[in-house]
Write a protein that binds this ligand. Structure first.
Ligand code: ZN
Length: 156
């Protein structure tokens, strides 16, 4: 729930200002709806408040089923661009996984996921971006429900 000043500020059109009662008996404060922030400035008590606007993401969320057919194309991490390698290795390291600990690790250009092959041959796809859901998918014709037996060992 927003503070009263912020609620009032959000009702303004962008570029509009309005008087607001911050302290005392009269509305001595001014609300501003700026393109990038909502702001309050009180002439009496000199309160200054600002709330940055979160830009709406242009990336649509992507939701995949938990179990997918294996990607047609898998790249060895070493075959990907230097930038991508840095991202993939960086991701593994951030999870406390050293590249040597992962049996086989690939990248799916189609799904933009890191793909790990587990000891029993199951392929797991890990999301690398915030817009991707779920974090883990399972590739191949394993357990049809996608639950239980092949649950990933790694916590998100
Ligand atoms: Zn005030």
């Amino acid at each position: 729930m927003d503070a009263p000043w912020l609620q009032a500020c959000k009702r303004l059109a962008v570029g509009q200002t309005a008087r607001f009662r911050c302290c005392g008996r009269t509305p001595a404060a001014v609300l501003y709806n700026k393109p990038d922030a909502w702001q309050l400035w009180c002439h009496r008590c000199k309160t200054s408040l600002s709330e940055r606007k979160q830009y709406v993401s242009l990336v649509q969320p992507e939701v995949l089923p938990r179990v997918l057919p294996a990607p047609a194309k898998l790249l060895q991490i070493s075959q990907t661009s230097a930038e991508l390698q840095a991202q993939l290795y960086g991701f593994l390291m951030s999870k406390g996984i050293w590249p040597e600990m992962v049996g086989e690790a690939y990248y799916s250009p189609e799904h933009k996921r890191l793909v790990l092959k587990t000891g029993n041959g199951i392929l797991l796809g890990r999301a690398l971006h915030d817009y991707q859901s779920p974090k883990w998918v399972i590739y191949g014709n394993c357990d049809a429900t996608g639950h239980g037996a092949y649950a990933p060992r790694f916590k998100s």
